[in-house]
Ligand binder design. Structure first.
Ligand code: IFM
Length: 398
């Protein structure tokens, strides 16, 4: 690809619970302190206090965008009580990004909930959507100047989490399984319940309406795109499985301003369902197959399934200790991404997961970051991959 895409966002992504630290009023904090076999987020990367340093590193490297989140558990610590101080904190983050020349891409929900919401029944409660929309309403007061807003992160993974928590609460299973990590160690992830998915889609649509009325932002949601492909003769099975895992969520984005594509690997579907990642020395630290080509497959499918909704790659990356491998993976993934641009897909940006090595939902081992973080001193150590991605960004093409 020799030409650049005007206005293309080149950046990195994070999520509040994974980097901020001490998100003590959230359901995930409670879970980490109760569930066996889970590491705790604790101080995480202390980005709640060090966000300006994080952003400066990205901007100095040459990136022009940063995706970060607003934490509902901080903004609404008790039902109906909105913390003006926490909203002001997130407004300072937005201003810092803008001052540094980074376009803020703001996520309003990334897996975590306030404790009160979870304890009252979470997404299964009849008032869940009203509660979520009321929080969204509160965030609109600080979104002036923000061009990109994501309502719910990976609603298809969230639906699985809701399903598992509900099953644990009702005694159907006692074991908590993290869809983001344990999925790779088990044969395959279960299918999310489409009823939960439809409920989340309704929440997204209502949030989108509120954001449309009160802000000038482009609004979308970000889907875990699994780049599923059929083995010969299993195209029908692929369609069925892909609907409950992904297409329900992509189709719900048809009237959105953009679709957030999040891609890491690819899996086949055969007559028995999704084929587990083959065990191979190349697998990443989360057990996924090394498949940089997944991004092209994911974007092509998302572009089609959303009826040509503009695409923003809101996550793509690799869990590895070897930074050369991160550069090789990302370079290849970008090559596949820009092939989709040449084919005609309207791709607006690429945000790498992740800016920092961070808390991978119960695990610290899988390191996805462009920047390493010393967990005792919180010193940031940019990796060569940050410099490399910054150079790609300055050049404007892979
Ligand atoms: O860390 C997660 C992120 O929170 C959601 N998408 C996948 C990432 C890597 O597993």
């Amino acid at each position: 690809m020799n030409s650049t895409v005007p206005g293309f966002l080149w950046g990195a992504s994070t999520a509040p619970h994974q980097i901020e630290g001490n998100n003590t009023n959230s359901d995930w904090w409670v879970r980490e302190h109760r569930a066996a076999g889970m590491e705790r987020s604790g101080d995480a990367c202390d980005s709640y206090h060090r966000y300006a340093e994080d952003m400066r590193l990205l901007a100095d490297a040459g990136l022009n965008a940063y995706r970060f989140g607003i934490e509902w558990a901080r903004v609404e610590p008790a039902e109906g009580h909105i913390s003006r101080a926490e909203l002001a904190h997130y407004r300072r983050m937005i201003d810092t990004a803008l001052d540094l020349g980074l376009k803020p891409v703001v996520t309003l929900h990334h897996f975590t909930h306030p404790r009160w919401f979870a304890e009252a029944g979470g997404w299964m409660h009849e008032k869940a959507i009203d509660r979520f929309v009321s929080y969204i309403h509160a965030t609109t007061t600080i979104l002036d100047g923000v061009e990109w807003v994501c309502t719910l992160n990976e609603p298809n993974m969230l639906a699985l989490m809701v399903m598992m928590s509900h099953a644990a609460r009702t005694g159907e299973t006692k074991k908590w399984l993290s869809p983001t990590v344990e999925g790779a160690a088990r044969p395959v992830l279960p299918d999310p319940d489409p009823q939960i998915g439809l409920r989340l889609a309704e929440a997204h649509h209502r949030a989108r309406d509120v954001l449309g009325q009160h802000t000038g932002a482009k609004v979308g949601w970000t889907v875990a795109c699994q780049a599923l492909t059929a083995t010969p003769g299993n195209e029908g099975r692929l369609e069925e499985l892909r609907y409950v895992r992904e297409d329900l969520y992509l189709e719900a984005a048809r009237d959105d301003d953009f679709i957030g594509v999040q891609s890491y690997s690819s899996q086949e579907v055969d007559e028995n369902g999704v084929v587990p990642h083959p065990r191979h020395p190349d697998n990443t630290l989360t057990g996924n197959a090394y498949r940089p080509d997944a991004l092209g497959i994911a974007v092509r499918h998302a572009w089609k399934a959303t009826d040509n909704t503009p695409v923003l790659v809101t996550e793509n990356g690799i869990a590895t200790e070897d930074d050369d491998r991160r550069i090789a993976y990302t370079s290849e993934a970008l090559r596949h991404l820009f092939e989709t641009v040449e084919e005609g897909a309207d791709v607006r940006g690429y945000l790498h997961w992740s800016a920092l090595d961070n808390f991978e939902w119960g695990h610290w081992e899988p390191t996805f970051g462009l920047i390493a973080v010393d967990r005792e001193t919180f010193e940031r150590r940019p990796k060569p991959s940050l410099k490399w991605l910054g150079e790609v960004a300055r050049r404007g093409r892979p």
